[in-house]
Design a protein around this ligand. Structure first.
Ligand code: UD1
Ligand code: CA
Length: 478
């Protein structure tokens, strides 16, 4: 088989999006649009991938780095002009090039392989990929001659009323002999109305001297082009359904799956339950027995076996076996929670690791800390990691009890088997087996409150609040 190349056009601004980001970098299920198509092309095994960038080129270059070769289209003068920008890189190569638009995130390797195959079998010089759309609005229409051969592609804005009724559209995908491509690109003339060079003109240029054919796609949604934010929502819906179905058939129990969003690169074992309003994206992995959600967001998370996460946020973090997270916990920036932990209500963990069996059940902040096993963080305890200028490390050994409302002023080292009294602000290291108390001793000033409190509670006699009723029945002795 001839060598294969891919040319992806992604230099446009995406004016119809009305957003700041260049269109092809816009996220779909939290992953930039362009990465979908590049991934599909990579998997289809082409020799070279060229991406044409222009508007805010750096954004796309930073996303794709050395996965592809970049061509630069300085001024966005149309799709034909964009393809020509790759001449220096591709022109001399013999083989077949697939041209793709960067705004078609649902194109996958299966489709790409089919297009190459059809192109090769039919021995075409150019294969235009078309589809029959229920609503063809916005797409270029395929004009065929009386023999059914493809005659030209007319952009909607240039269509006659009659042409506008045609429902066969140009998907924007083409397979073409590479050398012929760069010859004919030179021949495209500026469209007089729009002032752009239309790639679609290659059909008319080639139809008399070359073999021009078409490959008609049945799956309409797969080749949807994204031009505006409504299309983004449609693509996300399509992907969400497709991805959820795949997971459900593989044994993931999803409750109310319309409210569950799973990213493209998330791996989930069978025997996992996902509750409503849950989003799992990025490079996340969820192991068997885990129960995730409701109302949970996980991005780049690794969740080990039998973990429970509910009503919580987890970013770039790992949770080991049987640990429970939430409700209302926030794990971020490389939190690495050991097995059999409990990270409870309103607990935030940042860039910290814990050993096995550690618990922070309510209202705690654990940041920049190395925490041992079986540590108990009392309610309201805090690692004070920031001195206003720099972040500092807190080290806590195994079997440490941290009383409620404790401040551990970092840098600090709490050894194994330490007990810290509630309400302490600990500024010095604590050695093993010590009890640390770092708070003022209490003073009770007798009767002093009489100057401060005017009681409102009506009391029947002096001092004792209501006479205590004698118990009506006595508890029976066992
Ligand atoms: C294009 C096709 C249309 C097809 C539709 C399918 C043309 C003239 N029209 O229209 O027939 O039905 O796609 O979705 O080709 N780009 C550049 N440089 C430019 C202009 C565009 O790189 O100067 C890139 C864009 O970044 C985008 C892609 O080419 O990724 C398509 O451009 P867009 O403006 O979206 O074309 P459509 O109007 O959708
Ligand atoms: Ca488009």
């Amino acid at each position: 088989m001839a060598a294969k190349y891919a040319l992806i056009l992604a230099a446009g601004k995406g004016t119809r999006m009305r957003t700041e980001l260049p269109k092809c970098a816009f996220p779909i299920l939290k992953k930039p649009m362009i990465e979908y198509i590049v991934e599909g092309v990579e998997k289809s095994g082409v020799e070279k991938i060229v991406v044409v960038v222009g508007h805010q080129r750096k954004v796309l270059e930073d996303l794709l780095t050395d996965r592809v070769t970049f061509a630069y289209q300085e001024e966005q003068l149309g799709t034909g002009h964009a393809a020509l920008s790759a001449a220096d890189i591709l022109k001399e190569k013999a083989g077949t090039t697939i041209i793709l638009l960067g705004d078609m995130p649902l194109v996958n390797e299966t489709l790409i392989e089919k297009i190459f195959l059809s192109h090769e079998k039919s021995e075409n010089d150019l294969t235009v990929v078309s589809a029959d759309f229920k609503d063809p609005t916005g797409y270029g229409r395929i004009i065929r001659d009386k023999y059914g051969r493809i005659h030209s592609i007319v952009e909607e804005t240039d269509c006659t009323e009659e042409e506008r009724q045609i429902t066969e559209v140009n998907t924007g995908l083409y397979a073409i002999d590479n050398k012929i491509l760069f010859d004919v690109l030179e021949e495209i003339e500026k469209n007089p109305y729009k002032g752009e060079y239309y790639l679609t003109d290659i059909v008319e240029i080639m139809r008399d001297d070359y073999r021009v054919g078409s490959f008609v796609i049945r799956e309409e949604s797969r080749v949807m082009g994204v031009n505006d934010l409504y299309a983004i929502s449609r693509v996300e819906k399509f992907l969400r359904d497709e991805i959820n179905k795949r997971h459900m058939l593989a044994g993931v129990y999803m409750i109310n799956p319309e409210t569950i969003t799973i990213g493209h690169n998330v791996s989930i074992d069978g025997n996992v339950t996902i509750n409503p309003n849950t989003t799992i994206t990025g490079n996340s992995t969820i192991k068997s027995g885990a129960v995730i959600g409701p109302n949970t967001e996980i991005h780049n998370g690794t969740i080990h076996k039998d973990v429970q996460v509910k009503h919580s946020l987890l970013y770039d973090s790992t949770v080991h076996e049987r640990t429970t997270v939430g409700p209302f916990a926030h794990l971020r920036n490389n939190a690495n929670i050991g097995r059999d932990n409990r990270i409870g209500n309103f607990v935030e963990v940042k860039k910290s690791a814990t050993g096995a069996g550690t618990k922070a059940s309510h209202l705690a902040y654990i940041g920049d800390a190395e925490v041992g096993s079986n540590v108990n963080f009392g309610c309201g305890s805090i690692t004070v990691n920031f001195d206003g200028k720099e972040k500092h490390l807190t080290k806590i050994g195994d079997d440490v009890f941290i009383g409620c409302n404790t401040n551990l002023i970092a840098p600090i080292d709490i050894a194994d088997n330490v007990f810290i009294a509630a309400g302490s602000t600990v500024t010095e290291n604590v050695p093993a087996w010590a009890l640390a108390i770092a708070r003022n001793r209490q003073i009770n000033k007798a009767d002093y409150a009489k100057n401060l409190i005017r009681p409102k509670t009506v009391k029947p006699d002096n001092g004792t609040e209501k006479e205590k009723k004698a118990p009506t029945s006595l508890k029976k002795a066992d």
